[in-house]
Design a protein around this ligand. Structure first.
Ligand code: NAD
Ligand code: ZN
Length: 353
């Protein structure tokens, strides 16, 4: 089968692979809709990505089941389902606590791209299908379902980890698709003021629609200073990092109030050191909580996010700005994600319908 992958660091391209087979608990699907993610590109450029040659990219898909293992009870061949980007091994001790993204190693539940071929292929494999596929409820468009599997799950997780109380002031750094879902998640969690940090007009417009009340741009000076000014010098109750380089970390700590929470979902480079100026942390004594988390996966989480859409609380399909038709267009969509033209939020490829 063919797939679009990483031929070598910095070299994306089409590759030939064996069609995957389903183990007893697993399924094989063919993609219906896929979307490239910023993390595919981080990996392609040599981030904490796969070491195997010709690894197929992609981890955001709605797919049609073409094969199920003998022990799969819940899903049948022919069904179209949402595929969580994080597919834990539910038998591992690492998923038996509060988190499910780190089954046998840090981020170990992220299988596509990182440990096996991803979804930008004619066929792809899903481990433990009963626990790792999500049924799309009536009334939810497949395009919206596609946006739950990583963007909404990750963005909402940024908000979940931020300890938002009703009326809190929340700052969101970076308003690409993940940051925009963080804004939507913060609003659903009851934030009062939501200050977003971003400049691209299309993203700023979407951020306002998802609930942002204030917009801060690097064009108007230091980002942390601006958030401190807006909050009378106190800082935001919670700061969520959903974009930017290593320097954003210290800024996030600085714009967060004492006793506040910094929640990161951004993918920093492997070569980064995250520096923090001691005064921003009250010389080490400001009781600021710092969390960084990876997108949780699994069936129940994604089905709950699908219900958030079904009952009209959030429409993540608003993120999709560019639609491509046909399997061959995976290449163009991925290149577009890399080039990030000003009007892009998320590209989607419709492979079959
Ligand atoms: P994106 O690149 O589309 O969006 C990031 C945004 O941040 C861009 O709009 C960019 O202009 C902006 N930005 C860059 N530097 C900034 C700065 N200094 N201050 C403010 N904004 C700045 O990416 P995305 O798809 O929205 O994803 C965001 C990050 O989350 C990426 O690093 C991605 O790899 C990562 N990610 C993490 C997970 C996870 O589970 N933790 C899952 C998916 C994506
Ligand atoms: Zn991703």
């Amino acid at each position: 089968m063919r797939g679009y992958g990483i031929k070598a660091i910095n070299v994306p391209g089409w590759v030939e692979k064996e069609k995957p087979a389903a183990g007893p608990l697993d399924a094989v699907l063919r993609p219906v809709l896929i979307s490239p993610c910023t993390s595919d590109l981080h990996s392609m450029h040599g981030g904490a990505g796969p070491k195997e040659k010709d690894r197929i990219m992609g981890h955001e898909a709605v797919g049609e089941i073409v094969e199920v293992g003998a022990l799969v009870r819940e899903f049948k061949v022919g069904e179209t389902v949402a595929v969580p980007c994080t597919t834990p091994d539910w038998l591992a001790p690492g998923v038996q606590g509060r988190f499910n993204a780190h089954d046998r190693s840090p981020l170990g539940s992220f299988k596509f791209l990182s440990q096996k071929d991803g979804v930008m292929a004619e066929f792809f494999h899903v481990n433990q299908a009963d626990a790792n596929l999500a049924r799309i409820p009536e009334g939810v468009a497949p395009e919206a379902a596609l946006m739950t599997v990583d963007m909404m799950s990750t963005g909402f997780y940024g908000a979940e980890n931020a300890d938002i109380a009703y009326g809190d002031t929340v700052a969101v750094i970076g308003i690409g698709p993940v940051g925009l879902m963080t804004v939507a998640g913060a609003e659903l969690r009851g934030a009062g003021r939501i200050i977003v940090i971003g400049t691209r007009p299309n993203c700023v417009k979407a951020a306002r629609e998802y609930g942002a009340t204030d917009v801060v741009s690097y064009k108007n000076g230091d980002l942390a200073d601006q958030v401190l000014d807006l909050t009378g010098g106190r800082g935001a109750d919670s700061v969520i990092i959903a974009g930017g380089g290593a320097e954003t970390f210290g800024k996030a700590v600085r714009m967060c109030k004492a006793m506040g929470t910094i929640s990161n979902v951004n993918y920093f480079d492997a070569a980064d050191t995250l520096g923090m100026p001691a005064p921003a942390w009250g010389l080490g004594m400001a009781d600021k909580t710092i969390r960084g988390g990876f997108c949780p996966g699994g069936r129940s989480r994604i089905e709950k996010l699908l219900d958030v859409i079904k009952y009209g609380r959030c429409d993540p399909a608003r993120l999709i700005t560019h639609v491509f038709e046909g399997f061959e267009k995976i290449e163009d969509a991925t290149r577009l994600m890399e080039e990030k033209p000003a009007d892009l939020i998320k590209p989607m490829v419709r492979i079959r319908w």
